[in-house]
Design a protein around this ligand. Structure first.
Ligand code: GDP
Ligand code: MN
Length: 353
């Protein structure tokens, strides 16, 4: 594995930031970014916001992952932007490639068919590898081996509010497994057999599932009929703060392997967002999932913006709460609040003052 990963050396003379030790000042956590060399400048813009809004107080490391090796320019220009250490990793063929049980002709025919039907990313092969990687492998990359928590970041996203607390600490102190910010409905054409596959998995492993009559069950958020069908609701996984221990658990790995065997990452276009979200809704308790309502976040074309009026004049947020996606008809956040019996302000970590 050592050839597949490298820690940046201190040879970048412009990287002078102090790096406190983990002993009490920082959680055992990192940003994890899957990104291509050509997204360098979008990546730097996103990094600058994350550093300004949050990380200059903490210096969490950045872990960059890529199916192609990162070039020197990417490494130099991103490590210069980071206040923490930077790491660069690539993959082996298990993580980004076809498992041997996949019929690649059938996969190609499915791509052609979905492209002809103009399904978003329907014709893309790399997008499918990406979704499978994010569903089942990033958390097993050796660069993450010693970490407890990850924060998924993508190039092009924006962070529009000061984050004046440490979300990783919140994860640990509240024993949370999964944190999200935007929820939305999936394109049904990308996942025609996903829910049937999930139902078969549930039949094989009823002990993995939070019972649906348990008051802590989140099933009602992904199904309107007690589990018969999927209502397409999912957490938008371009933003995630999660516990690696959960994704590495036997329960989650069995779930991922079951889906992987079924072939839908290639014969359909299963996204990592519904895959993670369904797992969370079935296997986690409500109290293990957190809506990071107060983290202002933009991923084209939607954004989350908290609506505490006191925050705008204080410059805490630069977004316009009027357009925040949590109140949009296509959002699943109203249903989430209904199922959990909560209101948005119940999720505030720091209160406006
Ligand atoms: P979307 O958000 O569903 O439109 O998909 P994106 O294009 O944003 O891709 C999701 C994440 O995977 C982003 O962090 C991308 O940078 C990354 N990504 C997508 N495809 C590839 C790929 O082929 N190689 C690499 N290295 N990263 C990719
Ligand atoms: Mn994206």
């Amino acid at each position: 594995w050592s050839a597949l990963s490298q820690r940046n050396s201190n040879s970048y003379s412009h990287n002078y930031h102090p790096k406190p030790h983990v002993n009490g000042t920082r959680e055992n956590a990192a940003f994890v970014v899957l990104v291509r060399n050509e997204d360098l400048h979008a990546m730097r813009e996103t990094m600058q916001q994350m550093e300004d809004r949050f990380n200059h107080r903490h210096h969490y490391p950045w872990i960059f992952l890529n199916n192609d090796p990162f070039d020197e320019k990417f490494k130099t220009f991103t490590s210069g932007m980071a206040s923490g250490d930077t790491y660069y990793g690539t993959f082996n063929e298990t993580m980004w490639g076809y498992p041997d049980w996949i019929d690649q002709d059938k996969a190609r025919a499915a791509r052609d068919d979905m492209a002809a039907r103009q399904i978003i990313y329907g014709g893309s092969e790399s997008y499918r590898h990406m979704c499978r990687f994010q569903s089942g492998f990033f958390f097993r990359h050796p660069l993450l081996d010693n970490l407890d928590y990850y924060w998924r970041v993508e190039p092009h996203v924006k962070f529009t509010c000061d984050i004046d607390y440490d979300p990783f600490t919140v994860m640990r102190e509240k024993n949370l497994k999964y944190g999200w910010t935007i929820s939305i409905k999936e394109y049904v054409e990308t996942i025609p057999t996903l829910w049937d596959t999930v139902k078969n998995f549930m039949k094989e492993h009823p002990d993995y599932i939070v019972p649906k009559d348990d008051p802590e069950s989140l099933l009602g958020w992904v199904s309107n009929d007690g589990g018969e069908s999927y209502n397409l609701c999912h957490f938008w996984s371009n933003f995630e703060i999660g516990a690696l221990k959960w994704l590495r658990s036997k329960e989650y790995i069995d779930y991922f392997n079951y889906l992987d065997q079924a072939g839908g990452f290639f014969y359909e276009r299963w996204g990592d967002a519904p895959v993670h979200s369904i797992a969370a809704a079935l296997m986690l308790k409500q109290s293990e999932v957190h809506w990071f309502y107060d983290i202002g976040y933009f991923h084209n074309p939607w954004y989350q913006c908290p609506s505490e009026p006191e925050w705008l004049p204080r410059d805490k947020c630069s977004c316009d709460p009027e357009g925040s996606f949590d109140k949009h008809w296509y959002s699943c956040t109203p249903e989430y609040l209904k199922v959990t019996g909560k209101k948005a302000t119940d999720f505030l970590i720091t209160r406006p003052n």
